[in-house]
Design a protein around this ligand. Structure first.
Ligand SMILES: Cc1cc2nc3c(=O)[nH]c(=O)nc-3n(C[C@H](O)[C@H](O)[C@H](O)COP(=O)(O)OP(=O)(O)OC[C@H]3O[C@@H](n4cnc5c(N)ncnc54)[C@H](O)[C@@H]3O)c2cc1C
Length: 417
């Protein structure tokens, strides 16, 4: 192991070893921040992927289309990572946390004593039920290796079947269409992205995909996915109504299963993710969690939530790394997520309550509009369609707790500032 080139200081005094489990975006920000804040002790990162920490958003976009290489997604350049003095146990897999002896063990038989552990294990792409899958020609998208393999297959195919009309499925379909590959999206719900956007935005997404040549089937539940009877290299999907769809291969984007088994086995409180406080601390004061695997009390939403977003993976990890060192700044960012599909950049900020008053500024049909979700004049959330500057301004108002007039917001003749 390379000794970390850092001077011991008062920050994190008394901590000899911090173990970070996971090697994704959140883990990357934890190790970076620990060093930036002056932690000079032993830092072990246990990660089952071979890659150094990287960002996943491009995996369904530029990496999938082949426009961006794998080096473009790195969170830290290899030289800079080496300079952090992190013992990266890669590829290895943390199999247990012994909270009595304060030891983490791994699949390869290694073990490390800890003072603090940060669990940043993210999640895996949820699988379709085995009972309906009778083909090996089905892919999932979570890792860089998945994206590279899926991209190669996409670029040599003529038709892909996308199971799931959520964000990942829609981005894969948009990339397929960009590559001139026919795409059929099968979604069991009556509308797209139904869990995160209101009906008007689902309709917008539907129109966007259909206008770009995607075949979108709503309320279409998948009954079977099998090898094509006449051509085993291809797949045939049978829907609940008995109709069939043929494609060269299928990709499923049906949600995320958080990697919580380690925490469950360690006896930590787990309930849709590892339950942590506003500092990312679990019910064991030596163990923290952040990113997609953590369920935290969100100050803006005023409820517990497990977020799956780039901004959360970064900013919660930063807050957690500081808390590990005893610098307690609560994580209280307004939730923010974005998606890129075709020529549309769509961003969601804050809460989108079903009973909110909606002020629409701009023209959704022209693919440029901001939807403000208001209660008593306060902005609870925003959906920005190709209007990043308006979202930025709304973020400022929301942080300041300003109240606004819905009619004035919707009037494009009035300047926002
Ligand atoms: C294809 C794709 C596109 C996305 N696009 C967007 C977007 O446009 N906008 C947006 O806001 N968000 C997007 N996201 C979400 C965002 O990328 C995630 O929220 C973020 O990557 C979560 O980071 P994480 O570090 O918490 O988890 P992960 O990135 O899942 O990293 C966890 C790592 O830990 C490893 N691990 C798990 N268990 C163990 C163990 N026991 N031992 C060792 N290692 C372990 C995992 O294999 C993984 O490598 C996208 C995600 C994907 C997959």
């Amino acid at each position: 192991m390379t000794e970390a080139p850092f001077q011991a200081g008062s920050v994190g005094a008394g901590l000899r070893t911090v173990v970070v489990i996971g090697g994704g975006q959140a883990a990357g920000w934890v190790v970076k921040t620990l060093r930036k804040e002056g932690f000079a002790g032993r830092l072990v990162m246990i990660a089952d992927e071979i890659h150094l920490p990287y960002e996943r958003p491009p995996l369904s976009k530029a990496v999938l289309s082949g426009e961006a290489g794998i080096e473009t997604v790195r969170l830290v350049a290899p030289d800079a990572f080496t300079a952090l003095g992190v013992e990266a146990w890669q590829p290895d897999y943390a199999t247990s946390i012994d909270r009595v002896r304060r030891v983490v063990r791994t699949q390869s038989g290694r073990e490390v004593e800890y003072d603090r552990v940060v669990i940043a294990t993210g999640g895996a792409a949820r699988r379709l039920p085995e009972s309906i899958v009778g083909t090996g020609n089905l892919r999932y998208l979570r890792t860089l290796d998945d994206a590279v393999a899926l991209g190669e297959q996409l670029r040599t195919s003529r038709r892909v079947l996308v199971v799931g009309g959520g964000w990942i499925g829609l981005e894969v379909a948009a990339t397929a269409r960009k590559l001139n590959v026919d795409a059929t999206i099968v979604e069991g719900a009556p509308r797209l992205c139904a869990r995160s956007v209101p009906p008007a935005v689902s309709d917008f997404l539907l129109e966007l995909h259909r206008a770009n040549g995607a075949d979108v089937r709503l309320g279409a539940s998948l009954a079977a996915l099998e090898d094509h009877p006449g051509d085993p290299g291809r797949v045939r999907a049978t829907l609940a109504d008995g109709s069939t769809l043929d494609a060269d291969f299928a990709v499923a984007g049906v949600g995320l299963a958080p990697h919580t088994s380690l925490a469950v086995a360690a006896g930590l409180h787990v309930d849709d993710g590892i339950v942590v406080d506003e500092y990312g601390m679990s019910d064991d004061a030596s163990i923290f969690a952040c990113g997609d695997v953590a369920n935290h009390p969100n100050a803006w939403l005023k409820r517990r939530v497990r977020l799956e977003s780039w901004a959360n993976a970064q900013n919660q990890a930063i807050a957690v790394a500081k808390a590990v060192l005893g610098v307690r700044s609560p994580y209280e960012e307004i939730p923010w997520f974005w998606s890129d599909q075709y020529d549309v950049n769509l961003q969601i900020l804050g809460d989108i309550p079903a009973d909110a008053e909606i002020a629409v500024r701009g023209d959704m049909a022209a693919r440029r509009a901001t939807l403000y979700f208001l209660k008593g004049g306060a902005i609870h959330g925003v959906i920005a369609i190709n209007t990043p500057r308006e979202l930025k301004l709304a973020r400022k108002w929301m942080s300041q707790g300003l109240t606004v007039d819905a009619a004035a917001l919707a009037d494009v003749g009035r300047a926002l500032a």
